[in-house]
Design a protein around this ligand. Structure first.
Ligand code: ADP
Ligand code: MG
Length: 665
C-alpha cells in the first residue's frame, strides 16, 4: 500500500501536521471522519431580517473595487445578482480573491444582511458552487496550520488515488445481506454527502464495519480462551501465602478476601483464569493482584503486571517492593524510560527466570521481551488497553492465567457484551475508616473561597492536587493551563508551601522525581493535567481541585476525585466551572462509580463521541457503544457466526483480522 506522502498535495510540512493529529497512514486519513456537518442552505433576500445571517448564491455583476487601509487591511465591494434581486457585497481582507471574482462568476456569499443599505457584509465567499440547493459541508478536527479545506482536499485526493485499495472489513456475504455499498463508495459519501439520507445510510455501514471488526477480535479471543482448558495447575504453599497476607499492614476487607480466594482458586484449577476484577476507585484492587502474583511466584512461575502509565507502574513497583521486602521474590520495573543497560539486564533476568515479577507499561509487550515461564498476566486499568495489547501479553506466555483490573467506567450492560465470557470478581466494600469525599461545584468568581479551603487543609499539613486541562497556552482556547495555575498558586500561598507541576509531556525521570517528592510531602500542591487520573495513591492528599471541570467526562472526574479520600482524613473535591453546572452537580450527590458511568453514558451526546480520542477498546472512530448498541449486537451475532463458519477459514479477510490480533505490536 502506498504511504501518506505519496498522496498528491501532501508535502513534508502537511505530513508532519497530519502525524501530529495521529494520521499516519492513508487508511487513517480516509477514516478521519467529519465530527459534524454544516448545512449550507441557500436563502432568499426577502426572507432575511435586517442584520440576519444569510447564505446566498449568485453571479458577480460588477468588477470588485478594492480599497486598502493602513496596517495591511483591505476591503472589497461588488454587486451580486441573485434570484431574488441585486445586492451589494463587501468583504474585508480578501484582496487575493479579486482576480477570481470576474464578472459572471458563480459564488456563494455567507454573511450578514443590512437591509437598509442592501449590502451583505460577507464573512466568506465560496467559489465552488454546487447546483443543488443544499450543500452539506463536512467539518473535521484539524490542527493549527491545517485547515478544514486542506483536510478535505487531502482526503479526496487519497480516495481518488488509492480508494480501491482501502481494506474493506465486511465479508461479502454480509455486504449482500444488508445491501451495503462498498467501502470506497461509503468513504466517498461520508466525506462528500449530497443528501442526508445517503449520509445516514453509509454512516450505518461504516459503524457496522467498525463494530464487526471489533467483535470479531473479541469473539476470537473468547474462542481461543475456551479451547485452552488445560491451564497451569499449581499447588500453592498456603502457609507461606498466609504469612504474606498477615504481613500486610492492614486487614483485607471481606470483598478483598473473596476476590483473593477466587483468584487463588483459578490459579490452582486446571482451567485458565480469565477474570475481571472490578471495583470502584480506591476499593483496593491492587493488593489482590499482589497476593495473586506472590502465590504464583511460590509455584515458580513468573508474573507480569501491566499499567497504563509510567507513574502508575512505578508506584506499583515501589509498593510491591515494600510489601515483599521480607520475601526473596525478585521484582523488576520495566518502562519506556528504563536505561538500555538495565533493560538488557531485565530481559536476561526474564528469559532465564531469575526475575519472578515484572511490573511495567507497554514495554512489557515489546518483541525483545521473552519470558521464561510466564504464568500470570495482570492488566491494571484494563479499559485503557486495546484488545491487541492484551492479546500480545497473553501470547508471550505458554498458557498464562489472565486477570484484568478495572474501575469499570463501562456500564454493566455494555461490559457484559464485551467481556461476556469472563468470570467477574467485584469489590464493593471500601476499606475501613474511609469517609465520603465532600464535593462542591464552584464558580470561577468563587476562587477566593477555594483558596481559603485549600489553605485550611495546608495548615493541617495535608496535600492538594490541582488539575487543569492544558499544559500551555494555545491560540484558540482560553482554558486554564498548569503553568498559569502555578503562578497563581505561588501568588496566593507565597513561599510557604512548595508547588510543582507534572504533565504528560515531561520526561519521565522528571515526572517520577516530582511524584516521589509529592509522595514524601516535599511538595504540598501538585498541579497537573489528567496524568494523575488513574491509580496514583498518596494518602496524605485530601483535596482535589479541578479547573474547567466542565471539560471532563463524569467518569474522569470520578477517577480524579478518587485520588483523594485514600486515608482516614476527611477529603474534599472542588469542581470549578461556570458552565454545565447541572451535570457537575451529579458529582455532589453521587459517589458510586457504577452509577456515575451510567450517567455519563446517558449524558454524552453523539457530538463528543465522534472524534474525541478515547482509549483502549473503546476507541471507535465512528461507532459508539451507547448510541449504536443495536448495531453492536448485530455485529456481535454476525461476527460469531462468521468465525464459527469453517468454510470461511481460508478466507483472506478472516486471516487478516486474526493476524492483526495475534501479531506482536
Ligand atoms: P484501586 O482499587 O483504586 O486500585 P488501590 O488498590 O490503589 O485502589 O487502594 C487504595 C488505597 O487503599 C491504597 O493506599 C491501599 O494501600 C489502601 N488499601 C487497600 N485495601 C485496604 C484495606 N483493606 N484497608 C486499608 N487500606 C487499604
Ligand atoms: Mg488501581
Amino acid at each position: 500500500m502506498a504511504e501518506l506522502k505519496d498522496v498528491k498535495g501532501i508535502g513534508p510540512k502537511s505530513l508532519s501536521l497530519l502525524n501530529k493529529i495521529n494520521i499516519n497512514t492513508i487508511e487513517d486519513l480516509v477514516t478521519h471522519y467529519p465530527f459534524r456537518y454544516d448545512v449550507l442552505k441557500r436563502d432568499d433576500l426577502s426572507t432575511i431580517e435586517d442584520g440576519g445571517k444569510i447564505i446566498i448564491d449568485g453571479k458577480v455583476e460588477s468588477i470588485p473595487i478594492l480599497m486598502r487601509f493602513k496596517a495591511g487591511l483591505n476591503k472589497m465591494n461588488f454587486r451580486l445578482v441573485t434570484q431574488s434581486g441585486v445586492v451589494g457585497v463587501s468583504i474585508f481582507n480578501r484582496a487575493f480573491l479579486k482576480s477570481k471574482l470576474l464578472v459572471g462568476t458563480d459564488v456563494i456569499v455567507i454573511g450578514k444582511l443590512d437591509k437598509g443599505k442592501n449590502v451583505i457584509t460577507a464573512s466568506d465567499i465560496k467559489l465552488d458552487v454546487l447546483s443543488n440547493q443544499v450543500k452539506i459541508e463536512p467539518v473535521y478536527h484539524c490542527t493549527s496550520g491545517l485547515t478544514n479545506k486542506n483536510m478535505s482536499t487531502y482526503i479526496n485526493m487519497a480516495l481518488l488515488m488509492y480508494g480501491r485499495e482501502i481494506q474493506d472489513y465486511i465479508p461479502s456475504e454480509y455486504q449482500e445481506k444488508y445491501h451495503f455499498v462498498n467501502k470506497k463508495t461509503a468513504l466517498n459519501i461520508i466525506h462528500n454527502p449530497s443528501t442526508n439520507e445517503k449520509l445516514k445510510e453509509v454512516t450505518i455501514r461504516l459503524k457496522y464495519e467498525e463494530l464487526f471488526q471489533f467483535m470479531l477480535k473479541i469473539n476470537y479471543l473468547k474462542q481461543q480462551n475456551k479451547k485452552e482448558k488445560n491451564g497451569l495447575i499449581r499447588n500453592i504453599d498456603r502457609e507461606k501465602l498466609n504469612k504474606f497476607i498477615e504481613s500486610i499492614p492492614f486487614t483485607l476487607t471481606n470483598d478483598q478476601k473473596i476476590a483473593c480466594d477466587e483468584v487463588i482458586g483459578d490459579l490452582e484449577s486446571p482451567h485458565r483464569m480469565n477474570r475481571l476484577l472490578q471495583g470502584d476507585v480506591g476499593s483496593g484492587k491492587t493488593i489482590v493482584a499482589f497476593i495473586g502474583m506472590y502465590a504464583n511466584s511460590l509455584c515458580g512461575y513468573q508474573s507480569a503486571l501491566m499499567a497504563p502509565t509510567e507513574i502508575l507502574a512505578t508506584q506499583h513497583y515501589n509498593n510491591l517492593c515494600e510489601f515483599m521486602k521480607d520475601t526473596d521474590v525478585k521484582i523488576a520495573l520495566l518502562t519506556g524510560s528504563t536505561s538500555k543497560k538495565e533493560k538488557t539486564e531485565i530481559y536476561n533476568g526474564l528469559e532465564d527466570g531469575s526475575i519472578s515479577i515484572v511490573i511495567g507499561t507497554h514495554a512489557l509487550i515489546q518483541d525483545e521481551v521473552t519470558y521464561n515461564n510466564l504464568g500470570l498476566v495482570i492488566t491494571d486499568e484494563q479499559h485503557r488497553f486495546g484488545v491487541h495489547q492484551r492479546a500480545n501479553l497473553q501470547n508471550k506466555g505458554i498458557k498464562p492465567d489472565v486477570l484484568y483490573m478495572s474501575a469499570t467506567p463501562i456500564p454493566r450492560t455494555y461490559a457484559l457484551t464485551i467481556f461476556g465470557d469472563m468470570d467477574v470478581s467485584t469489590i464493593k466494600e471500601r476499606p475501613k475508616g474511609r469517609q465520603k469525599i465532600d464535593t462542591y461545584v464552584k464558580k470561577v468568581s468563587e476562587i477566593k473561597d477555594v483558596l481559603e479551603m485549600m489553605y485550611e487543609e495546608l495548615k493541617q499539613n495535608h496535600q492538594i492536587y490541582v488539575i487543569a486541562p492544558l499544559i500551555e497556552e494555545s491560540e484558540n482556547s482560553d482554558l486554564t493551563t498548569v503553568n498559569e495555575l502555578k503562578d497563581q498558586m505561588k501568588l496566593a500561598f507565597k513561599d510557604k508551601y512548595k508547588i510543582d507541576i507534572v504533565h504528560g509531556k515531561m520526561a519521565s525521570g522528571a515526572k517520577e522525581l516530582i511524584m516521589e517528592q509529592f509522595k514524601n510531602n516535599e511538595v504540598q500542591i501538585l498541579i497537573s493535567t489528567t496524568v494523575v487520573e488513574v491509580g496514583v495513591d498518596v494518602q496524605n492528599a485530601t483535596t482535589m481541585v479541578i479547573f474547567d471541570a466542565d471539560r471532563f467526562g463524569l467518569s474522569t472526574l470520578h477517577q480524579l476525585r478518587g485520588r483523594v479520600g485514600r486515608g482516614t482524613s476527611k477529603s474534599q473535591c472542588i469542581l470549578i466551572s461556570d458552565s454545565d453546572t447541572e451535570r457537575l452537580k451529579i458529582m455532589e450527590k453521587e459517589d458510586d462509580g457504577f452509577v456515575i458511568s451510567e450517567e455519563d453514558f446517558k449524558l454524552r451526546g453523539q457530538g463528543d463521541l465522534f472524534g474525541t480520542k478515547q482509549s483502549g477498546d473503546m476507541s471507535f472512530k465512528i461507532a459508539s457503544i451507547k448510541h449504536d448498541y443495536k448495531i453492536l449486537l448485530q455485529a456481535k451475532k454476525d461476527s460469531k457466526e462468521y468465525l464459527e463458519n469453517k468454510e470461511t477459514d481460508k478466507d483472506s479477510l478472516k486471516q487478516l483480522i486474526i493476524q492483526s490480533i495475534t501479531k506482536v505490536n
